[in-house]
Design a protein around this ligand. Structure first.
Ligand SMILES: Cc1cc2nc3c(=O)[nH]c(=O)nc-3n(C[C@H](O)[C@H](O)[C@H](O)COP(=O)(O)OP(=O)(O)OC[C@H]3O[C@@H](n4cnc5c(N)ncnc54)[C@H](O)[C@@H]3O)c2cc1C
Length: 495
């Protein structure tokens, strides 16, 4: 799918303008976008970005009508491909003057329908802004344009001995990752995007450009005024278009060792995790896969791990330090009846192990032919994790659907990747109900309905329950202050 998108991106061209044409290439009826963009607006946009960088072609709009989730596809009226912040600013101003919705598009790997253009409008695809602008090895930071992908950055950084560890599995754009406050397998050690963004350049809906920490600033700490940076991190394109991000970097660890081990129960796996963290072991990764997911993983990646509740582990540090960490973790795991340790010391073995872990969405889909992923994402204080996972497993078993579970267990965060047949409304309904019950279970235990995928289209109905009416009201006031015409990714996040 992503490869296909890239092909379309490269071949974008200004086509005959056919508004109101909404076509669905896949399972869901893509809603018809209202006929609201005049040819003079299209000409104005083309004058800013160049004719070839504006497209109303149905194929291009289709490509921008959805992310990787199961949510219904909605076509934007138009897709533009700016190359500079000045172009983004002028595009936003034209949209502002003509009251056109703006949908920022990163790499479309989101899992909550964040880019789906529910009310039509202009999709701003940021992939042509793909320069790594600066790297300061001695300060452990870099500045990138919106379209730089995380793997591209890490390949670029390799010779400097530095890396950017936030790893949502998919090769997402770094500013898309800012927009969803992404995290992933390394968050237990390195934090989420919130902890790793030092500054953002943002274009507001009226075309004004701000630097959230001040132009060119890249300090690790600041007490100057409100934290605008973290207001935009996780804002899901509803407050502005992020065009540049200054990010924290880390030294590549001298030694890395990975392992997989199995446990007799969810409780035993989580107890081990809590005890490991209580001992101050700086785990780089500690990931939970339930027995259903391990089976899917074995089948998809041609492995033969034991089919049981398991932990995938990774240790970073100097050689001696890693040895000490491994010894403590092995002892704690054994105390909780952990067994079948499979160690991966060489890069090739480790890559194979983590590739299997990262391919779990596809492994889950392979359990059911023709299915699409319906993913859920909740997070609770870690002590509540066994209870929520066990109850969720019981709920899934009673409902009769397939629901493999994976968790960033060190953060109290877990997902179910339901393989659903999108043409079966009864299946979708059952999974949606399961997913809602899971979110409500997490909320009842002081948790959140989304640890990292965001609210998007899928969890709007849960926001008030989580934040409270007054909290949501204040969020809406903040949005109104920054986006008074409600043009930025309208309909997302808020109920
Ligand atoms: C196989 C797979 C595994 C995944 N695993 C994880 C995981 O472990 N952890 C995790 O956190 N996520 C995970 N994700 C979800 C996804 O990769 C993240 O949400 C990622 O941050 C999305 O980035 P993107 O560039 O693809 O954004 P998009 O999907 O393009 O957009 C997501 C949202 O951000 C907005 N947006 C995008 N770019 C900008 C911008 N420049 N300015 C303002 N708003 C913008 C969009 O409007 C939309 O609302 C996974 C996805 C897949 C397919």
């Amino acid at each position: 799918m992503l490869k296909l998108r890239n092909i379309f991106r490269r071949s974008s061209a200004l086509k005959t303008f056919t508004l109101g044409v909404a076509r669905c290439l896949q399972h869901t009826e893509a809603a018809s976008a209202p006929n609201r963009i005049s040819s003079s607006v299209v000409e104005s946009l083309a004058a800013v970005v160049g004719e070839k960088q504006v497209s109303s072609a149905v194929a291009i709009r289709d490509q921008h009508s959805h992310d990787e989730s199961h949510h219904s596809w909605y076509l934007p009226d138009l897709v533009v491909f700016p190359k500079t912040v000045e172009e983004v600013s002028q595009v936003a101003r034209i949209c502002y003057d003509n009251e056109l919705p703006i949908i920022p598009f990163g790499s479309g790997t989101g899992l909550e329908g964040g880019v789906n253009a529910e009310v039509g409008g202009v999709c701003i695809d940021l992939n042509k802004m793909d320069r790594i602008l600066s790297v300061h090895p001695e300060d452990f930071d870099c500045t990138v344009e919106a379209g730089v992908l995380r793997k591209t950055l890490n390949n670029y950084l390799r010779d400097t001995g530095l890396w950017f560890p936030i790893d949502p599995g998919a090769d997402a754009s770094l500013c898309g990752m800012c927009a969803t406050s992404a995290s992933g397998t390394n968050a237990v050690r390195y934090g989420t995007m919130r902890e790793n963004v030092l500054n953002l350049e943002v274009v507001l809906s009226d075309g004004r450009v701000i630097n959230t920490a001040g132009a060119g600033r890249r300090t690790k700490k600041t007490s100057a005024g409100y934290n605008l940076t973290n207001l935009f991190v996780g804002s899901e394109g509803t407050l502005g278009i992020i065009t540049k991000a200054t990010l924290r970097l880390y030294g590549i660890p001298e030694t890395t060792i990975s392992a997989v081990c199995s446990f007799p129960s969810v409780q035993a796996a989580v107890d081990t995790t809590v005890q490991v963290l209580q001992c101050g072991i700086p785990m780089a990764r500690i990931e939970f896969l339930d027995d259903v997911m391990m089976n899917a993983c074995n089948l998809y990646s041609n492995l033969n791990y034991k089919v049981a509740n398991s932990l995938f582990l990774e240790f970073h540090g100097s050689g001696k330090h890693v040895e000490e960490q491994v010894a403590v973790v092995e002892e704690l795991a054994s105390m909780n009846e952990g067994e079948n340790f499979v160690w991966a010391k060489e890069a090739e073995e480790r890559n194979r192990l983590w590739k299997a872990r990262h391919d779990i969405v596809y492994a889950s889909m392979a359990l059911k032919k023709g299915s699409k992923p319906y993913s859920t994402d909740v997070c609770v204080p870690i002590s509540h994790l066994p209870e929520v996972i066990v109850k969720t497993k019981e709920d899934i078993a009673e409902s009769g659907v397939v629901g493999p579970i994976v968790g960033h267990v060190g953060d109290g965060n877990f997902h179910v990747f339901f393989p659903v047949n999108p043409d079966r409304p009864d299946e979708l309904k059952a999974v949606k109900e399961l997913s809602d019950r899971m979110a409500k279970r997490a909320l009842a235990l002081n948790g959140t309905c989304t640890g990292e995928h965001g609210i998007g289209m899928g969890k709007r109905h849960l926001l008030t329950e989580e934040i409270g009416e007054t909290g949501v009201e204040v969020m809406k006031q903040l949005k109104a202050a920054l986006d008074p015409k409600n043009l930025m990714n309208p309909s997302k996040v808020f109920p």
